[in-house]
Design a protein around this ligand. Sequence first.
Ligand code: TRP
Length: 455
Amino acid sequence: MTKNDRANFGSKLGVILASAGSAVGLGNIWRFPFETGNHGGAAFILIYLLCVLILGTPIMIAEFLIGRRSRANTAGAYQKLAPGTHWKWIGRMGVLAGFLILGYYSVVAGWTLEFIGEAATNSFAGKSATEFISSFDSFVSNPWRPVIWLVLFLLATHFIIVKGVEKGIEKSAKIMMPVLFILLIVLAICSVSLPGASAGIEFLLKPDFSKVDGNVLLGAMGQAFFSLSLGMGCLCTYASYFRTDTNLSRTAFNVAGIDTMVAILAGFIIFPAAFSVGIKPDAGPSLLFITLPNVFQQAFGGLPWLAITLSLMFYILLALAALTSTISLHEVVTAYLHEEFNFTRGKAAKLVTAGCIFLGVFCSLSLGIGKDYTVLGMNLFDLFDFVTAKIMLPMGGFFICIFTGWYVDKKIIWEEVSNNGTLRVPFYKLLIVILKFVAPVCIAIIFINELGLLK
Ligand code: TRP
């Protein structure tokens, strides 16, 4: 495909909403609250904000510039900027990471559909706390239901991907993202106005630094990578569809800002509500699927129509956020197959969808009938999460910094960041220092710690 007939996003807003759609997902609404709950609240959030600002945003700019400069899928991008070198393996590792993440991410995404159904049929009504736990456990280990939802979720993703970049990805983001913002704000207002919500608000706003240790610090950095979709070429692939007049650093600030705002709003939905009914915030990954239905039930059970409406809104919100993220993961692999192996876009997408259904089914079954098959003590679902989020993403992020900070000609970096000298970039020097030194050192520390080598 030549440079000129390659797909492009049609508008500036489309660029921002599609990229924010990739970033905003289960990472914000599911993972951020349970990590915040486990790590003690406000102090974790403050450190997270620093990570987004100091590490996440510069690396996002780096991914953007690699993508837009090369106008290629992530593996092709390195090949264009560093022909004949081994850098393309960073791109290939990213494609593999995207495929694996999509495999297990779509399992959780599928659960959101089950919960939309449960909310709509008022099946949370009258359940006790232990019944919420047992019904979640029996759903997740059922061999059929989660698998059917996961297949449906991947088919929805597929349907949007085959419509293409502008008519599929951009258009769907322009519809889904505003709906998502409205739902978030309505739910946050309802949550903070519950009686006794103030304890939850305090948990989010009043830092207790005595709880901060190395783990909190490193947890916050890992969360920033996952939530901003960094380290595997996802935003690099999207940037290959940016126009030449897109302001890369401003877009990165906007996307990081939106992603952070959504995470904080999700916190304001979940914690005030949980505290108001006396539920502890540190339930871990089941916070959203066990704790929250219980919260809806206890807080609004007396008014069934309100309980149904709010819980339905919440799980629809979660499904939409997950969908804009699965689209971005799917696109990384589809663009790679399409451009590197000359498959048509439709055929590439079919291969990716079929492959992900295959992986997803195994991940889903590994929580039920397959839970006795483990590798390194983890079932397949946990293994995929571990290998991607804790090994491949930090490694990818590290090499993206080294690539842009040390390998790529600074003239190229300047041309991309300043749009050939037409934009003022007052923080340019700082950006280079971060990419060269600050970010790689911090990531190396996360990486080593997460492998348990620091203990
Ligand atoms: N950032 C998304 C979320 O918060 C998930 C996601 C999409 C992702 N693309 C990614 C995570 C690439 C890591 C890498 O849910």
